[in-house]
Design a binder for this molecule. Sequence first.
Ligand SMILES: O=C(O)C(=O)C[C@H](O)C(=O)CO
Ligand code: ZN
Length: 287
Amino acid sequence: MELRTASSPKDVKHYTTQRLREEFLIPRLFFADEIKLVYSHIDRIITGGVMPVKKAVALTAGEELRAAHFLERREMGIINIGGTGKILADGREYTVGHKEGMYLGMGIQDITFSSTDCENPAKFYLNSAPAHTSYPTVLIRPQGEPEEGVVIVKEENKVELGSLEDSNHRTICKYILPGQVESCQLVMGMTSLEPGSVWNTMPCHTHDRRMEVYLYFEMPEDAFVMHYMGEPEETRHIVVRNEQAVISPSWSIHSGSGSRNYTFIWGMVGENQDFDDMDAVANQELM
Ligand SMILES: O=C(O)C(=O)C[C@H](O)C(=O)CO
Ligand SMILES: [Zn+2]
Protein backbone atom coordinates (compact mmCIF):
# COMPACT_ATOMS: atom_id res chain seq x y z
CA MET A 1 0.00 0.00 0.00
CA GLU A 2 1.35 3.40 -0.94
CA LEU A 3 1.17 6.13 1.71
CA ARG A 4 0.51 9.82 1.03
CA THR A 5 0.73 12.41 3.79
CA ALA A 6 -1.40 15.53 4.12
CA SER A 7 -0.16 18.93 2.83
CA SER A 8 -0.62 22.53 3.87
CA PRO A 9 -1.91 25.08 1.33
CA LYS A 10 0.95 27.35 2.45
CA ASP A 11 3.43 24.77 1.17
CA VAL A 12 1.50 23.60 -1.88
CA LYS A 13 1.63 27.01 -3.51
CA HIS A 14 5.41 26.57 -3.81
CA TYR A 15 5.27 23.08 -5.35
CA THR A 16 6.71 22.39 -8.77
CA THR A 17 4.68 20.49 -11.36
CA GLN A 18 6.51 17.29 -10.43
CA ARG A 19 5.87 17.70 -6.68
CA LEU A 20 2.18 18.46 -7.26
CA ARG A 21 1.90 15.26 -9.27
CA GLU A 22 3.78 13.21 -6.62
CA GLU A 23 1.50 14.41 -3.83
CA PHE A 24 -1.92 14.45 -5.48
CA LEU A 25 -1.98 12.40 -8.70
CA ILE A 26 -2.45 8.62 -8.66
CA PRO A 27 -1.06 7.80 -12.09
CA ARG A 28 -2.06 4.13 -12.34
CA LEU A 29 -4.61 2.04 -10.49
CA PHE A 30 -5.25 -0.99 -12.71
CA PHE A 31 -2.61 -3.75 -12.92
CA ALA A 32 -3.49 -7.27 -14.11
CA ASP A 33 -4.31 -9.60 -11.20
CA GLU A 34 -3.11 -7.08 -8.61
CA ILE A 35 -4.67 -4.70 -6.12
CA LYS A 36 -3.23 -1.18 -6.08
CA LEU A 37 -4.02 0.86 -2.95
CA VAL A 38 -3.09 4.40 -1.97
CA TYR A 39 -3.62 5.38 1.69
CA SER A 40 -3.94 9.13 2.23
CA HIS A 41 -3.60 10.72 5.64
CA ILE A 42 -6.30 13.16 4.47
CA ASP A 43 -9.32 11.74 6.31
CA ARG A 44 -7.57 8.34 5.96
CA ILE A 45 -9.23 7.58 2.64
CA ILE A 46 -7.89 4.59 0.70
CA THR A 47 -8.21 4.81 -3.07
CA GLY A 48 -7.66 1.65 -5.06
CA GLY A 49 -8.03 -0.32 -8.25
CA VAL A 50 -8.47 -4.05 -8.85
CA MET A 51 -8.29 -5.63 -12.31
CA PRO A 52 -8.61 -9.41 -12.07
CA VAL A 53 -7.74 -11.01 -15.40
CA LYS A 54 -6.57 -14.62 -15.15
CA LYS A 55 -7.45 -15.32 -11.52
CA ALA A 56 -9.55 -14.17 -8.59
CA VAL A 57 -7.85 -11.57 -6.40
CA ALA A 58 -8.38 -11.39 -2.62
CA LEU A 59 -8.28 -8.16 -0.61
CA THR A 60 -6.15 -8.35 2.53
CA ALA A 61 -5.50 -5.75 5.25
CA GLY A 62 -1.77 -5.62 4.66
CA GLU A 63 0.73 -4.46 7.29
CA GLU A 64 -0.42 -0.86 7.21
CA LEU A 65 -3.92 -1.30 8.67
CA ARG A 66 -2.78 -3.48 11.60
CA ALA A 67 -6.17 -5.19 11.31
CA ALA A 68 -7.24 -8.81 10.92
CA HIS A 69 -9.03 -7.96 7.67
CA PHE A 70 -9.40 -4.90 5.45
CA LEU A 71 -12.90 -3.90 6.60
CA GLU A 72 -12.37 -4.63 10.29
CA ARG A 73 -12.71 -0.89 11.03
CA ARG A 74 -13.57 0.40 7.55
CA GLU A 75 -16.29 0.65 4.92
CA MET A 76 -15.86 0.60 1.14
CA GLY A 77 -17.54 1.83 -2.02
CA ILE A 78 -16.77 0.28 -5.41
CA ILE A 79 -17.69 1.21 -8.99
CA ASN A 80 -16.78 -1.10 -11.87
CA ILE A 81 -15.49 0.84 -14.90
CA GLY A 82 -14.58 -2.32 -16.88
CA GLY A 83 -16.33 -5.47 -18.08
CA THR A 84 -18.66 -7.52 -15.90
CA GLY A 85 -17.04 -8.98 -12.80
CA LYS A 86 -17.88 -10.69 -9.57
CA ILE A 87 -17.34 -9.71 -5.96
CA LEU A 88 -17.51 -12.46 -3.37
CA ALA A 89 -18.22 -10.95 0.06
CA ASP A 90 -18.28 -13.39 3.00
CA GLY A 91 -19.61 -16.17 0.75
CA ARG A 92 -22.24 -14.13 -1.12
CA GLU A 93 -21.50 -13.53 -4.80
CA TYR A 94 -22.52 -10.29 -6.52
CA THR A 95 -22.32 -9.87 -10.31
CA VAL A 96 -21.22 -6.29 -10.94
CA GLY A 97 -21.74 -4.95 -14.45
CA HIS A 98 -20.15 -1.94 -16.15
CA LYS A 99 -20.84 1.21 -14.10
CA GLU A 100 -22.55 -0.80 -11.39
CA GLY A 101 -21.29 -0.37 -7.84
CA MET A 102 -21.21 -1.89 -4.39
CA TYR A 103 -21.18 -0.72 -0.82
CA LEU A 104 -19.43 -3.09 1.58
CA GLY A 105 -20.08 -2.52 5.27
CA MET A 106 -17.66 -2.69 8.16
CA GLY A 107 -17.03 -6.24 9.34
CA ILE A 108 -17.10 -8.07 6.01
CA GLN A 109 -14.09 -10.37 6.27
CA ASP A 110 -13.46 -12.17 3.00
CA ILE A 111 -13.57 -10.15 -0.23
CA THR A 112 -12.54 -11.58 -3.59
CA PHE A 113 -12.70 -9.97 -7.02
CA SER A 114 -12.89 -11.80 -10.39
CA SER A 115 -13.75 -11.05 -14.01
CA THR A 116 -16.35 -12.82 -16.15
CA ASP A 117 -14.34 -12.45 -19.38
CA CYS A 118 -10.54 -12.15 -19.25
CA GLU A 119 -10.63 -10.44 -22.68
CA ASN A 120 -12.72 -7.64 -21.15
CA PRO A 121 -11.73 -7.63 -17.47
CA ALA A 122 -13.58 -5.85 -14.70
CA LYS A 123 -11.91 -2.73 -13.33
CA PHE A 124 -13.10 -2.20 -9.78
CA TYR A 125 -12.37 1.33 -8.53
CA LEU A 126 -12.66 1.64 -4.76
CA ASN A 127 -12.75 4.24 -2.01
CA SER A 128 -12.57 3.15 1.63
CA ALA A 129 -12.85 5.15 4.86
CA PRO A 130 -12.76 4.46 8.59
CA ALA A 131 -16.17 3.33 9.90
CA HIS A 132 -17.83 3.11 13.31
CA THR A 133 -20.71 0.75 12.60
CA SER A 134 -21.83 -1.75 9.99
CA TYR A 135 -24.37 -0.79 7.33
CA PRO A 136 -25.84 -3.33 4.88
CA THR A 137 -23.72 -4.52 1.97
CA VAL A 138 -25.55 -3.89 -1.33
CA LEU A 139 -25.12 -3.95 -5.09
CA ILE A 140 -25.91 -0.57 -6.66
CA ARG A 141 -27.35 -0.23 -10.18
CA PRO A 142 -27.88 3.14 -11.92
CA GLN A 143 -31.16 1.74 -13.33
CA GLY A 144 -33.31 -1.39 -13.19
CA GLU A 145 -35.64 -3.08 -10.76
CA PRO A 146 -34.82 -3.33 -7.06
CA GLU A 147 -34.41 -6.81 -5.60
CA GLU A 148 -33.06 -8.23 -2.36
CA GLY A 149 -29.54 -6.89 -1.85
CA VAL A 150 -29.79 -4.53 -4.86
CA VAL A 151 -30.38 -0.76 -4.66
CA ILE A 152 -31.38 1.23 -7.77
CA VAL A 153 -30.21 4.87 -7.90
CA LYS A 154 -33.27 7.07 -7.27
CA GLU A 155 -34.30 9.50 -10.03
CA GLU A 156 -33.81 12.39 -7.56
CA ASN A 157 -30.15 11.30 -7.28
CA LYS A 158 -29.51 11.71 -11.01
CA VAL A 159 -28.98 15.43 -11.35
CA GLU A 160 -28.58 17.04 -14.77
CA LEU A 161 -26.94 20.44 -14.69
CA GLY A 162 -24.96 22.95 -16.75
CA SER A 163 -25.44 23.70 -20.45
CA LEU A 164 -23.65 23.27 -23.77
CA GLU A 165 -23.34 27.08 -23.95
CA ASP A 166 -21.26 26.98 -20.76
CA SER A 167 -19.45 23.79 -21.92
CA ASN A 168 -20.51 22.06 -18.68
CA HIS A 169 -23.63 20.00 -19.52
CA ARG A 170 -23.37 16.92 -17.29
CA THR A 171 -25.28 14.46 -15.13
CA ILE A 172 -24.29 13.71 -11.55
CA CYS A 173 -25.35 10.20 -10.52
CA LYS A 174 -25.13 9.72 -6.74
CA TYR A 175 -24.54 6.07 -5.79
CA ILE A 176 -23.75 6.14 -2.06
CA LEU A 177 -25.40 8.78 0.11
CA PRO A 178 -27.87 8.92 3.03
CA GLY A 179 -31.43 7.90 2.14
CA GLN A 180 -30.28 5.57 -0.63
CA VAL A 181 -27.24 3.58 0.46
CA GLU A 182 -26.36 4.20 4.10
CA SER A 183 -22.70 4.59 5.06
CA CYS A 184 -20.71 5.94 8.00
CA GLN A 185 -19.00 8.73 6.05
CA LEU A 186 -18.39 7.71 2.45
CA VAL A 187 -20.37 9.53 -0.27
CA MET A 188 -19.68 8.38 -3.81
CA GLY A 189 -20.97 8.76 -7.36
CA MET A 190 -20.22 9.35 -11.00
CA THR A 191 -20.53 12.40 -13.26
CA SER A 192 -20.83 12.08 -17.07
CA LEU A 193 -20.22 15.00 -19.42
CA GLU A 194 -22.24 15.34 -22.61
CA PRO A 195 -20.38 15.47 -25.95
CA GLY A 196 -19.12 19.02 -26.48
CA SER A 197 -19.05 19.77 -22.75
CA VAL A 198 -15.63 19.76 -21.10
CA TRP A 199 -15.96 21.46 -17.70
CA ASN A 200 -16.73 19.63 -14.49
CA THR A 201 -17.58 21.28 -11.20
CA MET A 202 -17.59 24.75 -12.72
CA PRO A 203 -18.56 27.08 -11.09
CA CYS A 204 -16.32 25.38 -8.55
CA HIS A 205 -16.41 24.96 -4.79
CA THR A 206 -14.54 23.87 -1.71
CA HIS A 207 -15.97 21.94 1.27
CA ASP A 208 -13.87 22.31 4.37
CA ARG A 209 -15.80 19.48 5.98
CA ARG A 210 -14.95 16.84 3.35
CA MET A 211 -12.03 15.84 1.19
CA GLU A 212 -12.61 14.37 -2.26
CA VAL A 213 -10.94 12.07 -4.80
CA TYR A 214 -11.73 12.08 -8.54
CA LEU A 215 -11.04 9.22 -10.98
CA TYR A 216 -11.21 10.36 -14.61
CA PHE A 217 -12.07 7.77 -17.30
CA GLU A 218 -13.72 7.15 -20.70
CA MET A 219 -10.98 9.21 -22.34
CA PRO A 220 -8.99 8.23 -25.46
CA GLU A 221 -5.23 7.90 -25.03
CA ASP A 222 -4.41 11.37 -26.35
CA ALA A 223 -7.12 13.15 -24.33
CA PHE A 224 -6.47 14.92 -21.03
CA VAL A 225 -8.19 16.92 -18.34
CA MET A 226 -6.60 19.99 -16.83
CA HIS A 227 -7.60 19.32 -13.22
CA TYR A 228 -7.58 22.48 -11.11
CA MET A 229 -6.72 22.46 -7.43
CA GLY A 230 -5.55 24.88 -4.77
CA GLU A 231 -7.18 27.66 -2.81
CA PRO A 232 -9.51 29.69 -5.04
CA GLU A 233 -7.09 32.65 -5.09
CA GLU A 234 -4.04 30.42 -5.70
CA THR A 235 -4.98 27.76 -8.27
CA ARG A 236 -2.72 25.17 -9.87
CA HIS A 237 -3.34 22.57 -12.56
CA ILE A 238 -2.48 18.89 -12.88
CA VAL A 239 -2.69 17.20 -16.30
CA VAL A 240 -4.77 14.05 -15.75
CA ARG A 241 -5.18 11.26 -18.31
CA ASN A 242 -7.46 8.25 -18.70
CA GLU A 243 -8.01 6.18 -15.53
CA GLN A 244 -5.90 8.43 -13.34
CA ALA A 245 -7.10 9.68 -9.97
CA VAL A 246 -6.41 12.91 -8.13
CA ILE A 247 -6.65 13.65 -4.40
CA SER A 248 -8.26 16.92 -3.31
CA PRO A 249 -7.68 18.24 0.24
CA SER A 250 -10.65 19.92 1.96
CA TRP A 251 -9.18 23.39 1.41
CA SER A 252 -8.80 22.91 -2.34
CA ILE A 253 -11.08 23.48 -5.30
CA HIS A 254 -11.46 20.40 -7.52
CA SER A 255 -12.61 21.10 -11.05
CA GLY A 256 -11.45 20.26 -14.53
CA SER A 257 -11.63 21.15 -18.19
CA GLY A 258 -10.93 18.43 -20.72
CA SER A 259 -9.70 18.30 -24.29
CA ARG A 260 -13.09 16.56 -24.89
CA ASN A 261 -15.91 15.09 -22.79
CA TYR A 262 -15.18 12.37 -20.22
CA THR A 263 -16.64 10.70 -17.14
CA PHE A 264 -15.36 10.75 -13.57
CA ILE A 265 -16.05 9.09 -10.25
CA TRP A 266 -15.99 11.24 -7.14
CA GLY A 267 -15.73 10.00 -3.57
CA MET A 268 -15.88 12.12 -0.43
CA VAL A 269 -15.19 11.46 3.24
CA GLY A 270 -15.04 13.70 6.29
CA GLU A 271 -17.19 15.56 8.75
CA ASN A 272 -20.60 15.22 7.12
CA GLN A 273 -22.40 13.47 4.25
CA ASP A 274 -24.30 16.51 3.01
CA PHE A 275 -23.61 16.65 -0.73
CA ASP A 276 -24.89 20.24 -0.93
CA ASP A 277 -22.70 21.50 1.91
CA MET A 278 -20.32 23.36 -0.39
CA ASP A 279 -18.69 26.77 -0.28
CA ALA A 280 -19.37 28.06 -3.77
CA VAL A 281 -16.62 30.04 -5.47
CA ALA A 282 -17.82 32.71 -7.91
CA ASN A 283 -16.04 32.59 -11.27
CA GLN A 284 -14.91 36.20 -10.71
CA GLU A 285 -13.06 35.17 -7.51
CA LEU A 286 -10.77 32.59 -9.14
CA MET A 287 -7.11 33.44 -9.52
O1 LIG B 1 -19.52 17.99 -12.02
C1 LIG B 1 -19.75 18.27 -10.83
O2 LIG B 1 -20.20 19.38 -10.48
C2 LIG B 1 -19.49 17.24 -9.81
O3 LIG B 1 -19.51 16.06 -10.10
C3 LIG B 1 -19.18 17.72 -8.44
C4 LIG B 1 -18.66 16.64 -7.51
O4 LIG B 1 -19.63 15.68 -7.34
C5 LIG B 1 -18.26 17.27 -6.22
O5 LIG B 1 -17.28 17.96 -6.20
C6 LIG B 1 -19.09 17.05 -5.04
O6 LIG B 1 -18.61 17.79 -3.95
ZN1 ZN C 1 -16.69 18.70 -4.23
